[in-house]
Design a protein around this ligand. Structure first.
Ligand code: ADP
Length: 168
C-alpha cells in the first residue's frame, strides 16, 4: 500500500525523519509531500526544503521506498492522483490533536476511501518543531540534536543569510 506524508518541513527535523522512517517500514511506498501553501510564509523555498529532505533520507541509506515530491492544493486530491491510500501525520502532544482531528475529519468527508493514519512522536522529539529549530538557529544556538546531521550546516548558513532580512 502506498501512503503520503504531507507537511511544510520548514525545515525537516529529526521528528519528521523519524516519522518518515517508521512510515516507510509500514507502507510499501511513501511519498513525502512538501505542500506548498502560498498563504504560509516559509523561511526556505520549496526546492531548498525538498533538497534538505532528500539529503536526510539519502544519508540513512535504507529508505529506498521513499520519494520526495512538491505538491499543492488539497492533500486528498494529491493522494488520489498518485494512488496513495493513506495520509500519514504525526502527533506530538494533545496540542496537535485538535488541529489534526479537524484536518483528518475534513479529509474523511472529502475522500472516505483515504485513511489518515497517525504516528505518535518519539518522546525525545515530542517538543521538537520547525519553529523551535528556526528560533534557536536564528540566535546561533546548537540545533545538532534537532535536525538531521547533513542539514545542520545548511540551516545555520541559510539562517545567517536571512538573519538581516528577518531582523528588519
Ligand atoms: P504542517 O504545516 O502540515 O503541520 P509540519 O512540517 O509542521 O507541517 O508537520 C508535518 C507533520 O509532522 C504534522 O502532522 C506534524 O504534527 C508532524 N510533526 C512535526 N514535528 C514532529 C515531531 N517532532 N515528531 C513527530 N511528528 C511531528
Amino acid at each position: 500500500m502506498k501512503a503520503c506524508y504531507p507537511g511544510t518541513f520548514d525545515p525537516i527535523t529529526k521528528g519528521h525523519l523519524d516519522i518518515i522512517e517508521r512510515a516507510a517500514s509500514v507502507f510499501d511506498e511513501l511519498d513525502v509531500v512538501l505542500m506548498v501553501n502560498p498563504r504560509k510564509k516559509c523561511l526556505f523555498d520549496a526546492e531548498e526544503r525538498k533538497q534538505m529532505i532528500e539529503e536526510s533520507i539519502a544519508s540513512l541509506g535504507t529508505l529506498h521506498n521513499v520519494k520526495v515530491v512538491i505538491g499543492e492544493g488539497l492533500t486528498v486530491d494529491f493522494a488520489r492522483k498518485t494512488g496513495a491510500k493513506a495520509i500519514v501525520r504525526g502527533i506530538r502532544a494533545v496540542t496537535d490533536y485538535e488541529y489534526e482531528l479537524q484536518q483528518a475529519t475534513a479529509n474523511m468527508m472529502l475522500a472516505p476511501d483515504i485513511e489518515t493514519m497517525f504516528f505518535i512522536a518519539k518522546p525525545e522529539y515530542s517538543f521538537l518543531s520547525s519553529s523551535v529549530v528556526k528560533e534557536i538557529a536564528l540566535n546561533d544556538g546548537d540545533i545538532s540534536a534537532m535536525v538531521p546531521e547533513d542539514t545542520v550546516k545548511e540551516v545555520m548558513n541559510a539562517m545567517a543569510g536571512k538573519k538581516d532580512i528577518l531582523k528588519k
